[in-house]
Design a protein around this ligand. Structure first.
Ligand code: CA
Ligand code: CA
Ligand code: CA
Length: 126
């Protein structure tokens, strides 16, 4: 193998490793305490569909993520415009393409998905 090829392979390999590391750093891990399936981890690596949504008198910004490309949304985020972090997170736990009130986390402090969220409808612990 000539030197140029060797260098190119090293650069490619480190780019791949670098990309992987960046992916890990940026991964949006869903806090384990909510018992949300692991398939929802790293959902932010999917490009969201972004649109405005009128809820009552409030205009919110929705970010919908279709992680597996089946045109059903898997994760949804609702932002108060101007705030960099969502107020609501929806996880399509029953895979029906919509977010029921029992599939939504509220983040009153709007500081990212870090475990201080609450279920919109409190879960029964059995
Ligand atoms: Ca989907
Ligand atoms: Ca659902
Ligand atoms: Ca939070």
């Amino acid at each position: 193998m000539d030197l140029a090829k060797k260098i190119r392979n090293v650069v490619l390999a480190s780019a791949l490793i670098g990309g992987g590391l960046v992916g890990v750093v940026n991964a949006q891990e869903v806090p384990k305490k909510f018992n949300i399936p692991e398939r929802f981890n790293d959902y932010t690596s999917t490009t969201p569909i972004i649109y405005s949504l009128l809820m009552g008198d409030y205009l919110l910004e929705a970010h919908d993520y279709d992680m597996d490309g089946d045109y059903k949304m898997d994760v949804g985020e609702l932002y108060i415009p101007g705030n960099p972090q969502p107020l609501f997170y929806g996880f399509d736990l029953n895979r029906n393409g919509t977010f029921g009130s029992d599939e939504v986390l509220t983040d009153k402090s709007q500081d990212g998905l870090n475990g201080n969220e609450e279920w919109l409808v409190p879960k029964l612990i059995v």
